[in-house]
Design a protein around this ligand. Structure first.
Ligand code: XBP
Ligand code: MG
Length: 258
């Protein structure tokens, strides 16, 4: 009897584990949904003028100051670290003055947005509408103030924006600002979803660090204020969301799990 050649049993097809479907998109606001920082910069300077201060932030300085997330934190950083010479004034008095300046700034920014100073970035409206129609859940995770979100989205989308973005976490609910992941962790908790079920959209290094710190695969669309930042941890870096479809997001999301 001739020995049958030993042949290895057919290798079991390595069944790729099923990928987790994409269930939600989580958007940063400033610089991602819209190029807002030029308006924020003008609003900060308007507030300083109203307060009779000789402070004026130009674009190069503001680009550096944007490394500090949060308008109040940014003013405090400028006053104590950049301008310096702050007399040993009471910490409470400093905080009160910063709050007053930020209130003036927020009111100025709201007026500017209502006058059409800010538009959604290319491709954003089409993507959020098609994602909403496709049954994906949409959320916002931002360090900006709630007033700014309402002003921007009401002007850009209309009153129905509240039906599109189910969940919003912002400076009023997440006091620990990006790059801390708090705002994204709280958003995931309210969505009752895992990070793997979602994609985050950001524009800055702080934002990318916050989103990836919460475990979120993140798509970055840099802008003039953040183009020099490093985005090595991003799932994709795109010039904008122009031409970006839900199907493309689902394919990138699935490929990221391989
Ligand atoms: C960007 C910020 C905000 C804005 C100014 O937020 O860091 O501080 O620059 O808005 P995002 P406030 O996470 O949306 O990129 O003055 O309300 O902070
Ligand atoms: Mg941003």
């Amino acid at each position: 009897m001739t020995a049958r050649p030993l042949t290895a049993p057919p290798a079991r097809l390595s069944a790729l584990p099923p990928t987790v479907p994409l269930r939600a998109l989580i958007f940063d606001v400033d610089g991602t949904l819209a190029d807002t920082e030029h308006a924020h910069l003008a609003a900060f300077n308007d507030a300083f003028d109203q307060a009779g201060l000789d402070w004026h932030w130009d674009q190069p300085l503001y680009t550096r100051l944007l490394e500090v997330s949060g308008g109040k934190e940014r003013i405090t950083h400028y006053w104590t670290q950049v301008r310096g010479g702050v007399l040993a004034i009471d910490a409470g008095a400093l905080a009160d003055t910063v709050q007053t300046l930020h209130d003036l700034k927020t009111a100025a920014y709201e007026r500017m947005v209502q006058q059409g100073a800010v538009q959604l970035r290319p491709g954003v409206l089409k993507l959020i509408e098609s994602a909403h129609d496709a049954g994906l859940r949409l959320a916002i995770a931002t360090t900006t103030s709630p007033v700014n979100i309402v002003a921007l989205l009401r002007a850009a989308i209309g009153p129905d924006w509240t039906h599109i973005f189910q969940i919003i976490e912002d400076a009023s609910t997440a006091p620990r600002k990006k790059p801390h992941p708090q705002v994204y962790l709280q958003t995931l908790q309210r969505l009752q979803l895992r990070a793997a079920d979602c994609l985050a959209f950001e524009d800055s290094a702080n934002g990318l660090e916050a989103a990836t710190g919460a475990g979120l695969p993140t798509i970055v669309t840099p802008n003039a204020f953040t183009v020099q930042h490093h985005f090595a941890a991003a799932l994709r870096v795109l010039p904008s969301l122009q031409g970006c479809s839900v199907a493309m997001l689902q394919a990138w999301h699935a490929a990221a799990q391989r």
